[in-house]
Design a protein around this ligand. Structure first.
Ligand SMILES: Nc1ncnc2c1ncn2[C@@H]1O[C@H](COP(=O)(O)OP(=O)(O)O)[C@@H](O)[C@H]1O
Ligand SMILES: [Mg+2]
Length: 177
């Protein structure tokens, strides 16, 4: 049993929060210490001063990465449900973890943008379409999908329960459970 950071990256409405919360409940039921760092929540405190420029998005991701490391080195399993659109920034977070000897797992929560638009859990796609917001990841802002994540879960193909099983399996395989 040791701490780890599992970063769930993907488009808005791909399923990051759903999977992080479902996996967290399962791990807590088993007595593990878990923290979910959800992009939306974190923007209310840790990154309250940041917007959605590339610079600010990068700063947000790096801050979350640093907090994740502090928790993970104390045997917490950290589930970061954060878009993290830029590959180089995600790689920097991974490198920081590796340099500190902390387990880091990258999950690509994948669903086609068409499916995400249909789900539109927070109404962001509709607001972008209506011209109320701009710079929405996957529409008019970049999303650099991971080329070789630890695991990819296709949320338009398999159920929440199956996705959670797969993520749980990766943690078990890595010796984090
Ligand atoms: N396999 C799946 N994994 C995750 N979410 C799924 C899956 N299948 C359908 N969904 C649905 O997709 C939506 C994902 O929303 P959410 O988790 O808030 O996305 P995100 O946090 O990535 O913006 C939810 O309504 C969820 O019920
Ligand atoms: Mg979310």
């Amino acid at each position: 049993m040791s701490g780890a950071t599992m970063w769930l990256t993907g488009l808005p409405s791909a399923g990051k929060s759903t999977l992080a919360n479902a996996l967290a409940s399962r791990l807590r039921d088993e007595g593990r210490r878990v923290e979910v760092l959800d992009g939306d929540t974190v923007r209310g405190w840790l990154s309250a001063d940041l917007g959605y420029s590339k610079r600010d998005r990068d700063a947000n991701v790096l801050r979350i990465g640093n907090v994740a490391q502090l928790l993970a080195r104390n045997d917490v399993i950290v589930l970061a449900a954060v878009v993290a659109p830029y590959a180089a920034t995600r790689d920097a977070v991974r490198a920081n973890h590796e340099a500190a000897g902390i387990e880091y797992l990258e999950v690509h929560v994948a669903a086609p943008v068409k499916v995400c638009i249909e789900r539109d859990v927070k109404g962001l796609y509709a607001r972008q379409r209506a011209g109320e917001i701009s710079g929405l990841t996957g529409i008019d802002d970049p999303y650099e999908a991971p080329e070789s994540p630890t695991i990819r879960v296709e949320t338009h193909v398999i159920s929440v329960a199956e996705c959670v099983d797969n993520l749980y399996g990766v943690l078990a395989q890595r010796g984090s459970l």
